[in-house]
Design a protein around this ligand. Sequence first.
Ligand code: PHE
Ligand code: NA
Length: 501
Amino acid sequence: VTHKREVWSGRSVFIMAAIGSAVGLGNIWRFPYIAYENGGGAFLIPYLVALLTAGIPLLFLDYAIGHKFRGAPPLAFRRLRRGAEFIGWWQVLVCFVIGVYYAVIVAWALRYTFFSLTEAWGDDPEGFLIEDFLQQDGDATFGLSFVPGVAWTLLLVWIAVLGVLALGVQRGIGNANRFFVPLLVLLFAVLVVRSLTLEGATDGLNAFFSPDWSALTDTGVWIAAYGQIFFSLSVAFGIMVTYSSYLKRKTNLTGSGLVVGFSNSSFEVLAGIGVFSALGFMAQAQGVQISEVVAGGIGLAFIAFPAIISSMPGGPFFGVLFFGSLVFAGFTSMISIIQVTVSAFQDKTGMSKVPAVLAVGGVSAIVSLLLFPTTTGLNTLDVVDRFANQFGIVGVAFVALVVVAWIYRRLPELRDHLNSVSSFKIGAGWMFFTGILTPILLGYMLFSEIRDRIRDGYGGLPDSLVLAFGWSVQAAVIVLAVVLSFIPWRKGIDLEYELDE
Ligand code: PHE
Ligand code: NA
């Protein structure tokens, strides 16, 4: 049997899917907070530098690897060089880990879209979230008692994700993104306009944009900018490798990368404007300083926003826009993460699409359903998330660059591949950013994260929890990646494949 690789029908659908993957929860609930905490308006400078010197160059690298070697990460890296296969599996497993908890947040957002209609949280959003909705047991470290209201929503999310993947790259992923990405942009634009017209919005914007220039001399601020860019563009952990492996041979890769990179950042800045306008309104309504209401992540989406929704006219409508945006942004990212695992499994075993989706997606769904919709799920999620982002993503990106650029010295060839098909040509700058600057930065980020976690633990959570769901999970991922790289490939696959230019 020959296995013909699926293809996108054209470049625009690939770009849509890549934007759908990049634009996620990180744009809406992470960027505004990180920017505010790291110099406000002044943060835009390190942020832009990080985009141009690391985000876009790494996006190009992912595209080059996926497009030249035409495979999900294990196959693509295996074709790049035999010994590099484990990097591909490490990326796949990082995606698996992220996928199992990312779905949970999408599920919460889905429920909150409906909660908005009745402002179900009453006048205590925090109590409602922790006690009524998530039913967290503050004392227990880990347990398996289920919270049905979360579990069934999560099940729905998994069914939807796997349904899209089962339809295939073009018909499922492509069409889902062609529908959801424009819808997201529309909803979000209405949300931002509405936020801007709220009383107090200007105070919020002033707080967000007023520059603290001294931040520019703070290394922590620069690291935060690079961290945001890596996470936000979903680079160097397999997603973009997978999506670009479905592109036709003659495709303008760097041109597409520029569109994706700038679209993601534009969405992020737009989100900053929307979120801070709304926070400005909230501060005014409560008669407090903006700094007292600023939050990021779960606290922003599921505690601050409900409070905002409750105190404004037309709140339910605003709530549907906000949580609907989270759902669509998260869903299109979720699809891309799980596709990496499915695609890798198909490459390795030769299994066809639907059984592969059921097998790999089914396992992911089960793990997700067992671990997170429980009375201890919130803390578990917090730890897994922290380690996956600050250790998994950063670690695999660092190792991939060291291996590809330093040990195997393959950047010149990847540069030539990009230039042979693309409109925007790259040269020594790209080689320097990808081969030298970024690995050094990533190495430093990895080192300081490991040092801090060893020294301080994480978030005041019990060491046993951090050990089990932080360190052990990340270590298991690396060991398993190596093991998987020793399992033989299906018969008949061309492991020496090279795309002739
Ligand atoms: N890039 C996405 C964001 O900004 C996050 C994401 C993480 C997407 C992991 C895919 C995989 O939210
Ligand atoms: Na993003």
